[in-house]
Unconditional design. Structure first.
Length: 85
């Protein structure tokens, strides 16, 4: 089992970049069938969404650190695992 250690500041950057990416994609999707939109506007927004998604993935990959996880010796997980239980 692997535990991910995350700092609040760097995690905020990941969430923020992801939110911006999804906002661009939502706007692009809403313009697909709308009347009066400029040609290529939806495609431009989708490309911008991709840029922000890549930024979010890069930030996420920077903040991950792996630490092996193990319960300490003698750690009782269940009632039946405890002494006399």
């Amino acid at each position: 089992m692997v535990v991910f250690l995350v700092t609040t500041k760097s995690a905020g950057r990941v969430v923020e970049n992801s939110a911006v990416s999804f906002a661009y994609m939502l706007r692009a999707a809403s313009l697909l069938e709308a009347h009066g939109t400029r040609v290529g506007e939806s495609a431009q927004l989708a490309e911008q969404s991709k840029v922000w998604k890549e930024l979010a993935e890069a930030a996420f990959n920077k903040l991950r650190s792996y630490q092996p996880f193990a319960y300490p010796d003698g750690f009782a997980l269940d009632r039946w695992d405890r002494a006399g239980g």
